[in-house]
Write a protein that binds this ligand. Sequence first.
Ligand code: GCU
Length: 684
Amino acid sequence: PRRGLVTTPDPVHPAWLPPEAFRAIGSRRTLVLGDGLLAGTVHDEVADACARYGGRVRRGAEDGPYDLVLALTTEPLPGVAGEVRPDSAIGAEGYLLARRDGVTVVLADDPAGLLYGLFHVVRLGERAFAGELQAERHRPAMRRRMLDHWDNVDVHPVMGQVERGYAGGSIFWRDGAPRGDLARVRAYGRLLAACGVNAISVNNVNVRATGARLLTDRLGDVAALADVLRPYGIRVHLSVSFASPVVLGGLPTADPLDEGVRKWWAGVTERVYDTIPDFGGYVVKADSEGEPGPFAYGRDHADGANLLAEALEPFGGVVHWRAFVYNHRQDWRDRSTDRARAAYDHFAPLDGRFRDNVILQVKHGPVDFQVREPVSPVIAAMPATRLAVELQVTQEYTGQQRHVCYLPPMWREVLGFRPWGPDGTAVADVAGGASGDGGGLVAVSNVGDDPYWTGHPLAQANLYAFGRLAWAPWTDPAAILDEWIDLTFTPTATGDTEALRHTLHAIMDGSWRTYERYTAPLGVGFMVRPGHHYGPDVDGYEYTPWGTYHFADRDGVGVDRTRATGTGFTGQYPPPWSEVYESLDRCPDELLLFFHHVPYGHVLHSGATVVQHIYDTHFAGVEEAIEARRRWEEAAALFDPSLHARVEELLDEQVRCAEEWRDQINAYFFRKSGVPDVRGRRIP
Ligand code: GCU
């Protein structure tokens, strides 16, 4: 640049941590007691806030008075902090919060707990310093709360820098090298800590070229990220190629039972821990969509996962082994092969064979992050295996961060689902583990180098809520939205916080169901444009090898997955669901076409026929999108103008795309079935 011309990068939106979120803490007197890196972070966070808002912070015992004490239980605790000290352990990453005699106290057994306690106080704002509060204890339900970045190190010719990323480039990588913006990575780590995330995998599960070398000669790049994320309690994990011994090590084989291969992984892993002592572990996509795996050597996935687990074990690392294994070269003419069955068929027989530090990472549904799927039966099939449930925060199939689609209501349904019936364990408990040692919750991140982090500013709420649900899966999605709103949006000149809150709830609370209404109906899935997966194409995948079919003909639609006449997939569930899904009468409407092939005139529990339901929901979905846009336009004065403009533009696109979905789906089923809309609306 010429002298005198300074190019400033786009300012990065502060998301849910604008300076104002720290006003209450920053204007008070705080004592931080405890050593260690994360206690230092707590101190520095408070000090920054105090510099801005005039409060003060001390580290190490000193005479008060204090408004806020954040202390490790291992310290001698002064005054009120001593009085509220519990007689039993608070537990890893947990904290106790109390307020007595005008002092707010956060106690934790470890520095991570102190950090999460600090962010709890941030969420409370002024409320943290009013009245009295009986001691309450908080602990994460999931030990691992992890984000997977599908970020490519090299630019992929089709997928670009981030696979299924809708928020610009990667915050980690650019053109085969680190992006170098560590301040941005640090800010990301801070946002994640504030919602409870404690692990990140920093490269795509489809491991290519330079991405593979992060394990060896490019490990320094990973270490640099780990250094920046560590102060926020976030451990770094790495996606690795199962073929690494061949690709990187020059060995003739990657056979998991080969002695040379085992030694190679042991040596490489030791070097990883020499460089990054708190490294989290490996993430592996094997024998899936072309990625190498143990099948090539006649071995199974327990052999494969155990190989890496053995190498990681001495250092306390884990391997996240993905269960997303299916035949992507299926013959569409063959109706007996069912992609939904694949994960269970491959993995359920292996239950009990995985080493303790293997976490089997299972997509929440049996197919692929569709807007509506049943819960994966694998989650109920492997009691002797640590399971992590995988969600997709990046909105590959739910509007690609151009549509408003607040996903927590869906996640909450998944986490609250009870595979063994109403009295049985819920999915959240399986992921959490009986004694808190389950595999946890993992999600594909929706973040990129976009100034709003997530492309659509309102998609930030999905990321925030993922962390919060991984910490406390039983939280009401609307309450999480309130938290996010309170932190993110500081009152504008008009100061009308209630109106702002109403607008966002009106637009976001039901947005997942709105999206479902104008896209693929009744759980049938896909109907998206092949490749990029945005917008409608009803038959786009129908005659392809991908295993995602709807089987619509002139008489009916849906996939017969029953035991009686179909693929037998319903048999992968324990009772009562094996019976409920098998039965045409009992199957929930929203999953009908996932489990059954029915005539267009089939009458749903709602009283509508299938084809009329399709017409009705598609007209309604578009109207809801139009209404969301109207609400947003009306609320212009409540929001920052550039954020408002960005969302407005995206809502235009959402309405356009919803109309396209409506017209293609309705026209398709009208032409197939010949059944007119009972209400006589125009179908093109
Ligand atoms: C989907 C997605 C791919 C991704 C895959 C996975 O199929 O379209 O881009 O690689 O999921 O989860 O591994």
